[in-house]
Design a protein around this ligand. Sequence first.
Ligand SMILES: Cc1cc2nc3c(=O)[nH]c(=O)nc-3n(C[C@H](O)[C@H](O)[C@H](O)COP(=O)(O)OP(=O)(O)OC[C@H]3O[C@@H](n4cnc5c(N)ncnc54)[C@H](O)[C@@H]3O)c2cc1C
Length: 322
Amino acid sequence: MLDFCIIGSGISGSTIANYLKKNNSVKVFDKARGAGGRSSFKRYQGKIGFDHGLQYLSPRSKEFKSFTNKLIKKKILKHWKGNHEFLNQKVKRDKKHVKLIGVKGNNDISKFLLKNISCNFQSELSEIKRQKDYWYLRFNDNKYFYSKNLILSIPFPQAKKLSSRFVKTKLFKNKVIMNSSLTVLLMTNKTGNKSSSFFTNDKVLGWVSNENSKKRFNYNKDLWVLQSTFEYGKKHTDNYRDKKKFYTNVLINKFKKLTKIKIRKIYFTHIHGWKYSSNSTPLKTQSYWDKRIGLGICGDWFGGPRLENGWLSAKDLYNKIK
Ligand SMILES: Cc1cc2nc3c(=O)[nH]c(=O)nc-3n(C[C@H](O)[C@H](O)[C@H](O)COP(=O)(O)OP(=O)(O)OC[C@H]3O[C@@H](n4cnc5c(N)ncnc54)[C@H](O)[C@@H]3O)c2cc1C
């Protein structure tokens, strides 16, 4: 029987798995096709692709800075320099924040942390039961596993649905509202644009990044990631699937209008709705651990809407388990 079953391969799941593997048998499950969660990278052809969710990290805490510095030395992370512009705002350039990105894609950190760890992808956990002194875990494909301990590193609403009846504290009484947003991946003709990203104060389009400026590849077309505001995402994420073309065009037209970039041809588009994009209200705790039944919960939502908070939450959980 496994010592630890970890659900989720985003930053929090991959971090806790990496810590625990030193002294335990560990297996990671994720409903997605690959590692990274909300920092996934969508490949287009070979090495070309788009950062689908998270665009960059800006380390703030001393411990996370030290972790990311190690990853820079190992050539997992690198700096994303360039012109990061504000549109329609008084400040014109964002020079303040350090911007780190994965050398190949923003899921590089999770992939690195999960190296040599057994992972089952396309496996969605649908039911958990406590039996004697272990967990019975049933997945959507009717496969099941037994594990002494269970770690959920998934967004608040999903963790609540699966485990609230086992959690004795007030964790799930907290009001954690997760914002939604829409992302459009867009490939166009070479436009000659020199900006790396655009922040806007528009009500529909929140910001745009130019994937070519991340210098991971040299390509004869421009790749863009357009992200809606939370305000727009809140209204439309639940129904975008019925009108994908419409919402794709809304974001592209906004992009053209706000940046005045001349687009002659569109080669590829893809739209995705993030139902649980991020939450803005941090909790008082950083993670949850019940040693009696071997249940741990971590995720960015304990600390706020940034990857660093997922990492800190997993680290905090590991310290509790230790
Ligand atoms: C559009 C967007 C832009 C962002 N931009 C930034 C940014 O620029 N900088 C920044 O720091 N942060 C950004 N973030 C936030 C950042 O991506 C997250 O804070 C971080 O990735 C969360 O990691 P996590 O491991 O806690 O959760 P996740 O990455 O969500 O990982 C959870 C994993 O659990 C899996 N899962 C869920 N339920 C189940 C189940 N029942 N069974 C199996 N698997 C399951 C999911 O598939 C997912 O892979 C952005 C997020 C989005 C969506």
